[in-house]
Write a protein of this length. Sequence first.
Lengths: 731, 201, 329
Amino acid sequence: MVEYVWPDKKDVSVLGGRHDKVDGAAKCTGTAKYSYDINPDKVLIARVLGCPLAHSKLKSLDLGPAENVKGVVAARAMKNVGDEIQWQGDPVAVVVGQTEGAVAEGLAAIKADYEALDVFVDDENVEAAESAGRAEKAGGKVQLAKEPKGDDPDFEEKEIERLFREAAAVVEGRYGIQAITHMCLEPHGSTCDWKDGKLTAHLSTQNVSGTAGQFASPLKITADDVTVHCDYIGGGFGSKFAVDRWDSMAATLSKELGRPVKLMLDRDLELKNAGSRPSGFVDVKVGANSEGVITIWDSHHWTAGGFGGGGVNQSVVPYVIVPPNYRRRVTNVKINAAPARAWRAPNHPQGCALSQTAIDDVAAKLGMNSYDVFLRNLANVADKDRAAVYAEEMKIAEGLMDWKSKWHPHGKGPKNGSIVSGLGMAIHTWGGGGHPSSCLVKIHPDGGVEAFLASQDLGTGTRTVIAVVLAETLGLPVGAIKVNIGNSKYPTSGPSGGSTTVGGVSESSRRTGLDALAKLFEKVGQKLGVASDALVAKNGRIADKNNPQKSLSWNDACSLLGMTPLEVQGRGAPGRNSKLSGSGVAGVQMAEVDVDRETGVVKMKKMVAVQDMGLVVNRKTAESQIYGALVMGIAYALFEERIMDRKSGAFLNAEIADYRLPRLGDIGQLVVEIYEPDSERARGVVGLGEPPVISPGAAISNAVANALGVRVPILPMTPKRVLDTLKTRSA
Amino acid sequence: MNKPEQRAHGKQGFSRRAFLKGSGAAAATAITGAQGLAAEEQATSVVSGMTTITLTVNGKPQKVEVEPRTTLLEALRYGLNLTGAKPISVDGSSGGSTVFVGGKPASANTVLAIECVGKPIQTAESLEGDPVPAAFVDHDASQCGFCTPGFVMAVKAFVTKHPKATEAEIRQGLNGNLCRCGTYAEIIPAVLDVLKGAGNG
Amino acid sequence: MKAFEYAAPRTEREVLELLAAERGKTEVLAGGTDLVGLMKKMIVTPDRVVSLSRVDSLRSIEADSTSVRIGAMVTLEDLLDNPVSEFFPAVRQAISALGSLQLRSQGTLGGELCQRPRCWYFRAGQGLLAHRGKDVVEGDNRYHAIFGNSGAAKFVCPSRLAPALIALDARVRVIGPGEDDETLMPLEAFFRTPKSEHQREHLLEPNQIVAQVILPHPEGRTSASYEVQHGAGPDYPLVAAAASILTHAGAVVEARIVLGQVAPTPWISREASEAIVGRPVTYESAEAAGEAAASVATPLAHNDYKVQLAKVAVKRSLLLAAGLETGGF
């Protein structure tokens, strides 16, 4: 009976070490092939025409002029005359041709007429949304510690009023966080190759296993005739789970034209169509006791997730720290923008930014050290199991930041010319349980080992994680394991979203590796005359653990397989009973900034991230996830936002030259500490991708507030917003 | 804090000789500017439509069919199947298509292929075994990897030009490339390692 | 991109022969960093592209005892590497502030001066003036002009070098349309605020090109540029200023102060010059110059913050030109 557990810390050889990505060299020298890079023989290029208006009805569409352009092979409509179009850039037509130039000329030649309809994109302004009929109540919740006596219909109002009256400090504010895009550097799209009734789709996807079926039905074939292939994906961040309309169009065109068709979105259409994170704005009033512990929370937040509504879920406001008394309400604002997509840690970054800024304002109001106020409020952490972890992580972060010696009360720091410095912090949580995953392990008689999973690598190092787990399991070096992912014909593995991949594939590859090893042990046991459960695989040998002299090298052991490779397929079983993976993390981040009061420019000095993730598989790539998340956090805290023209609804900054993002010189010093005591190891592998991207918005906002003594209410904190805030507050 | 830069502007710094020194270097500029041209391109002619040109990529002359409007990036990716340089932005703002043209870093997506006749072109694919990508791997300075070949080329150009760069100069000097996954924190020590390895530590 | 003819002449004369008199028919290709993107977006759709890459006469830097002549095809990085640039710190600082080694290595001096505005309405195909300025006034004008914006043009001149060059009294040599035609004009006169879509943001006719920029010997003047940048990298600064000053007996006797990214042309602030002349450069006097520059600002609905940035940029460029610290980033 195989026991599915991780080895003890003392017995570990490669698990949790620092391993280079097995595909690192291919990525760094440009030999790794992404979907955009696949050029089958005679491939045609297709590009999409986006609607120029934000809200309109298609009145006429003439593709003839495009088809007359030299080098254009075909043009097809993606909308019907009479269709209502809800955002700028929504695909109206597609042109296929021999070269990029011909296709661009073809797109420009298309004649399309639209009837302009009313536009609303002002998500910041809930009052305007209400009067435009674009606001929709989306629920809420009231929780009060005290039970109503009798049936007083005004109890809720009276009780809330009483709690505020009795609070030692009350702060009120309007905070917000603008919508951002995913900005995958490889845009959405695919290279589709139809041959003999079967489709091979080189799709840029986070979901290799789940997309074949989505391609099949519009082509009137079944999923077994589709192969989805994606060895490398140039960024997804939650926006690449589905087969999009333009992907199906590429497949259809390939079928019709009998040639492979590559359709990738242009940068502006990528930003306009293929993924954004909902904005969130809040009116919040918070009461706290004299220790700074929040006693009452009253908020109304509104959020825009595109034309269909939806957005920041009510459950994340207040965030992590949930006081005993709260009332929250949500309004969804419908704007003329493409539907939002899951963006790394859906809901959480906005929830954190809308909530933990208010907690910091309480500290400011009481003249207290923000660290102490956060620490005291840990009493109200929603996940009681994690409360102690936050306290431990705060202590570590405080040391790494040197918080105590750097701290000054809000707005009371020393001035160095026009520069003031500040500190801020925030805390977060995430699930990160593994997804269902199957793994096929082949052990060849010559000792070669292969693994097959229809998983994908978003940049987290999926191949390397699988290789580390199997190397640990089989007692081999990491380089001995050949990992095959990115093909839908391999055993099914879940989509990479929600920090589920490392937990998922670690589960499946560990279990399958152990199952395969048990089979090999049977043969080795017979050969050595040892009970197979007394065998261990380590350092390239299989040995009797009670008598290590009795052993076979890995290759000799494998030769016992005869002519046929040993092939074992297994499935992960994440969940409560698994000892291999778990879920639920905490995480603490601290930020230190310099702000130039004269220009409103904020510069990052330092960020500290302390993060738990259960058991670490590959320390090197795990740290990279945290570093990267901090940079993405700096991006939405200080730089990036989707800018829409209030009048026309146009997405104004949909090119990289206009969509501001941090560069290498903007990040300051980043300090990453993985929190992994034995208690964390015992939880098994927990996903890591999302959690560290949650806190930076609130932490950096709090640092800026600490520096200036006033809150810059809306993220990103651009020089304009900083100066506008300083001007208003001093007026 | 911003320190003033007023070199050559002390009272005694206004030497006519120092001023004239610029001319000497200018001559060198003029010479490097006049790249040797392939014989087929000697005469000034107006080119239109499909035409076959020879591009010398990673040391190897190769024929490729282009139109005047074909960018170097398209010629590399579709014509020569060298896909390390990536189409990320419409212009040079992302650095994703960085290659060397005539020894200088350039965004291949804003260079016409036809302009590159007679100029050596170097792409990330030529850097197999080079210390720059090796340091990137060692520091895990790639995640999704889509921006990485362009970034590697930018670093190669930077360390070649600034072999004694400090960390502060690295932070100031490598901002032409955009990475969405946020690998900057790993790139900085990778560049420092390359510089140390080059015997400049 | 629309299909076009391509020619790479070797002499200035051939260049002029290949250019058409009618606007839009031909385009001049220098480094390509702006033009190629505009052609891809079909904002610019020439029938013929004339490359300057093989015209050696446009690539030299020549100094005599009174001035330095910099060819239009000299790349920004080559100019930075040339020792003569040490005499013009404002130019050096403006080039260094362009945080992309690729763009500096590929982009040329002439191209930098002739690049098209970054106005997002123009770049979306709504015309240089974006419907006679209406789109800008009613739309999102956070990055638009705060000076010289009373006409239809609300965009800002994108050049990062022009303020420094104008502060240093640069002249520009324009050649064409005829093979012997050449005009030498102060760089400030080269730029203009277009009044209609038929005009461009500079005086070049379609069959003229910038051949050289001529910088006089600074003759004791000190100079500096200061850009307010949101972050590192090639993004355009929010506001920039360049100052060139001549000091005698502790007081400024002559000052040229030019703002960038604030008006449809580089914006020479005579108000700032008047405020500083006759005084030593101190934090107070530099601040007064900044206030004076800003006193004639006419911000749009969403760019009032740029007035503050203009004050600071003027102040800091003056402090740097005087060898003082700015007190800020």
